[in-house]
Design a protein around this ligand. Sequence first.
Ligand code: ZN
Length: 324
Amino acid sequence: MTTNKKLIGVDLGGTTIKFSILTADGEVQQKWSQETNVLSEGNFIIPDIIESINHHLDLYKMSADEFIGIGMGTPGGVNRKEGSVSGAFNLNWNENHKVFPVRDITEGTGIKTYLENDANVAALGEKWKGAGNNSDNVVFVTLGTGVGGGVILNGKLVTGIAGGAGEIGHITVDPKGYDCNCGKKGCLETVASATGIVRVARDLAEEYSGDSKLKSMLDDGEDISAKDVYDLAKVDDVLALKVVDKVSMYLGLALGNVANTLNPEFIVVGGGVSAAGDFLLEHINEYFLKYTFPLVKETTKLKLATLGNGAGVIGAASLVIEGE
Ligand code: ZN
């Protein structure tokens, strides 16, 4: 887009709110952040965002008419038609507490505002300025506290009839598996999130009797993390390698089937667990290749995310371009 007008990206999270001012080409020019005040049923959050934007525009001597729009990513269920959010429990916006950020922020700042769910904006960010290489066909999966995802096909974010598209974390990978927060059994999230990986490690440790640092840590009741599992696997701890192999099988199966269905150019893997880097990716790829059919195997590539925590705010800003 050739314009001197700028974009504002807002990434609303349960602990911090990140803000950026970007050019229409997605170059970040200013950024700041503040704590999320979730007290009083989260009623301070939207007024805080409006005040913070207005305050910073003052600070930078900028005015509302220098902006094309504001894009915001938020937890919870987004109703695009209404520009509303509900069910963002970490913001204290439960199902009965509907918030209207599009209306309120547009009114409060004088800048047109766009809204999308946080996993989807992270997907848009990686597509636009990260590992997605601005391809029109990108799937993003984030392995963190939970497993989230976003799908961009033919240049458009896929939302589905009720905003439920791209929920890769709830693909069933084991019909007899662990209970998931969503009410189902054996979702990818139950075995491939940071806590899921530890759960798999505990289970495999019970039936393992060989030599392993991971085994003795677990037997000693130490608190272990997904990072411990990957770090130990990298130095050939036998139990840790078994855990990584099992988790990779589940991820390869889920992402393989996503690829068989959508044939994106890239599946970008991000989130805290992806800090395990190429080691993580190579192990997933082994199974990914096993579970994809030839045309997809040859054309869909797994990649590591490159933007880290910055993906959300950049992707949020890109909502404005998409909306114009
Ligand atoms: Zn689930």
